[in-house]
Design a protein around this ligand. Sequence first.
Ligand code: AMP
Length: 220
Amino acid sequence: MKSIILIAPPSAGKGTISKILCEEYHLPHISTGDLLRSSILNDDEQGNYIKQQMNLGNLVSDDIIISLVENRIMDNDCMNGYILDGFPRNLKQAKQYDEFIVKNNIMMGFVVLLDINREEAQKRILGRVSCPNCGAVFNLYSNDTRPRIAGLCDRCGSDLTRREDDNSEAFDIRFSTYLKETKPVVDYYESKGLLYKVNSSNPLSQVLEQVEKIIRREND
Ligand code: AMP
């Protein structure tokens, strides 16, 4: 299967969509946010630096990200494609990724932009809760993804928590960073003819349907 790069402003649903697609198509999910959150658990100098940058809403250094992603892609389970969620986040990462896949004979696949406007993204971020045990993500303001029992994970019953970077201050920085750093990556892939745009303000089921249609077309 062709690999998919999912790009989106904060809270457009790339984590939720990636998880559903990975289960449906049996693809490994490479989320740089999740890889970083795991690195924080090391509680060493690098872990503390990552935590600080993430909580502020800033991007973590390219060197750390690129080495995390490249190591993960070299794992055996990525041989038949994967979903990249949250990477590349700037042009330097996109160009390094190009070099890496050429050097390692990896197929590029295609790119999906989950687009959403700033107001909708901000509203969603304030309602987002997730499960620290199984990683499921819910939204208190969405009929589609609201937890069935308030405060508890639908999948495993654990207590739901809020991400430390899901607050208005960090959101402002993350959204500006998206426009300044990540939007050029969208333009880069569009100029290469690799980009599909999906309106992520629509209900989850519609967004999913559209992305699945793109996947079928690309893998025909
Ligand atoms: P996400 O889970 O994708 O929303 O990412 C959460 C945070 O992790 C971001 O706000 C950044 O601080 C950091 N992060 C995730 N992916 C990257 C990346 N590709 N480059 C730099 N920082 C990243």
